[in-house]
Design a protein around this ligand. Sequence first.
Ligand SMILES: NC(=O)c1ccc[n+]([C@@H]2O[C@H](COP(=O)([O-])OP(=O)(O)OC[C@H]3O[C@@H](n4cnc5c(N)ncnc54)[C@H](OP(=O)(O)O)[C@@H]3O)[C@@H](O)[C@H]2O)c1
Length: 257
Amino acid sequence: MPAEPAPAELASAAERIPEGRALHGRVILIAGAHGALGHAASRACAAAGASVVLLGRKVPKLNRVYDAIVREGGEALLYPLDLEGATPDDYAEMAERIETGLGRLDGVLHVAASFPGLTPLENTDPAAFARDIHVNLTARWWLTQACLPALRRAPDAALVFALDAPERTSAAYWGGYGVAQAANAALVNMLHAELAASTVRVAGLTPGPMRTPLRARAYVEDAPDAARDAVDYAPACVELLSASGSPHRGTIWTPPA
Ligand SMILES: NC(=O)c1ccc[n+]([C@@H]2O[C@H](COP(=O)([O-])OP(=O)(O)OC[C@H]3O[C@@H](n4cnc5c(N)ncnc54)[C@H](OP(=O)(O)O)[C@@H]3O)[C@@H](O)[C@H]2O)c1
């Protein structure tokens, strides 16, 4: 289970980060920081010069990301939060604490995802369906909405939503997770249209298949070469969060494999 990339893998990813310390001086919030892509992206953002706010629901796993960042000379702080139970007030408090404590907020990367496995809609537990829609869509929006005032105060802010290829996850059995992927694509388009005249850039990121716990729930017997390590997509996260992400504004970007 490649949830934690080896330092050598991260180092090679860091070498591909555009413009060296592209996030120097920026504060970036990463929702889902101890997931596979979240872990790799958090370390890459810190290596690119950002102060990284690590949001996740499991403190020991967050601590491992934090320790790796500090070991590599980066700056991070933990923000334990369960997206399933968090309210709009919790997100408002979080945004206020980030801005008060760190002075600014320049970007949000959404890489948390709830996917229990492939199930026919007809057999899906109603509460599980609601949870997947909530964590994968509503919580993302509530968090984003609470952060927008701080993001608008930043000179060049970015909102980045990771999403799974809607054409694949709209097929049978992808359940609430799949429905939420299609809705995330709509959210990116809608939010981009509404913020087009502002300093807040909105983009989607559709990584290719990655060997992660999430993918393992759908592809039990995956061929070794069917997916890549999440660390390979960390530079794309840095690119979208940095000034070099401007060309991707309003798009859903699939980085080259
Ligand atoms: N893997 C792929 O092939 C693939 C392909 C295309 C797009 N993506 C997208 O890439 C992103 C990252 O996926 P991944 O493969 O890195 O998945 P992952 O390793 O399973 O990470 C997902 C993270 O979300 C967290 N999470 C789930 N429910 C949460 C909640 N209620 N509150 C807070 N955190 C919660 C998980 O925490 P726990 O560890 O506590 O469960 C985990 O840390 C997702 O948006 C996914 O849709 C993935």
